[in-house]
Write a protein that binds this ligand. Structure first.
Ligand code: GLN
Length: 307
């Protein structure tokens, strides 16, 4: 067993059975996923893979999809347009907050909260709804190097319950911050949240960003190197929602979570660390996922703020 594999196995063993948290229940599909599942994986920028537990179980990407759509918006329009139209600041409020929009003159502030992600999906260059969706799905596939696909049951579960997000889309529209039909934007955003991926595939996405946009498994340059720094900054600001500051303080790495139980944290230039387990804390971050990912980073001595 390699040292890396040993570290991953140890972090998984230490936290895969931790108690606390509960599955997201506002999306019916997620409520029914086995809460005992727990996977952990590392993919390095050299293409080395280490994994433990349920690391090949495919779970809902949810908010982690926001990273992929952000990457596409950066490729389409460049960093300045994304900063001006969407933003690069923390909201300090829950991921689906309407108040955050109201407080900031209807500017979403971050592409990694629902309002900002719906606005980002609306911004993507596209000829119509299907083109918008295929381009976003294509970016998920390129970053992971995997045949990512929509889960019809999950999509159905989300599309029939996403009334709050539709409300956010109309608010964006009334403020001039929706760049296509708002219901098209929210439908495509909801689809992008409804794909499935494994912990190893998520770690590969992280490794691609860590490697300056080159997928270490497929060896394809997916996005420009200069955009990776912007993605990592956005992840630091808002990737763990209203506990992004706590994550920076305790772990010191850019990260992104989703209510499907996934967490991706990235060591720039070195690796992607991905963890998955469904039970979430009050903010919406996987309880075991945070502990497993933090344990790997800590054991390997990675913290961007460490002198
Ligand atoms: N699809 C979910 C939503 O829009 C994603 C939220 C999340 O993962 N935090 O509410």
């Amino acid at each position: 067993m390699t040292d890396l594999q040993e570290t991953v196995a140890r972090a998984h063993r230490a936290h895969a059975g931790d108690a606390g948290g509960k599955n997201a229940d506002y999306i019916p599909y997620l409520k029914n996923i086995d809460s005992t599942l727990a996977g952990l994986a590392v993919v390095t920028t050299q293409g080395e893979i280490a994994q433990a537990g349920d690391s090949s179980f495919r779970f809902a990407i949810e908010s982690i999809s926001k990273v992929c759509t952000l990457a596409l918006a950066l490729e389409d329009f460049g960093a300045d347009v994304v900063q001006e139209k969407i933003g690069a600041d923390p909201t300090g409020l829950p991921f689906n907050s309407v108040m955050a929009l109201e407080l900031h003159g209807d500017k979403p502030l971050s592409p990694l909260v629902n309002a900002g992600a719906i606005a980002t999906a609306s911004l993507i260059r596209a000829t119509d709804k299907e083109d918008r969706w295929q381009r976003i799905l294509g970016m998920q596939r390129s970053l992971t190097g995997a045949d990512i696909a929509l889960c019809d049951a999950l999509n159905e579960s989300e599309q029939t319950t996403n009334f709050h997000n539709r409300g956010i889309a109309w608010l964006l529209y009334s403020a001039g911050s929706a760049y296509c039909d708002p219901m098209e934007a929210v439908e495509v955003y909801t689809r992008q949240c409804s794909t499935l991926l494994s912990t190893v595939e998520l770690a590969t996405m992280g490794a691609t960003i860590a490697a300056g946009g080159r997928n270490p498994i497929t060896r394809k340059q997916v996005i420009k190197k200069e955009h990776c720094a912007r993605i990592l900054a956005e992840m630091t600001m808002e990737g763990m929602y209203d506990s992004s500051g706590d994550w920076a303080y305790t772990v010191g790495l850019p990260a992104k979570s989703g209510v499907g139980g996934g967490i991706l944290t990235i060591v720039p230039g070195v690796m992607g660390i991905a963890a998955f387990s469904p039970p979430l804390d009050d903010v919406g971050n996987s309880v075991r996922g945070q502990r497993m990912a933090a344990a790997v980073a800590g054991a390997l001595g990675y913290n961007l703020y460490q002198c």
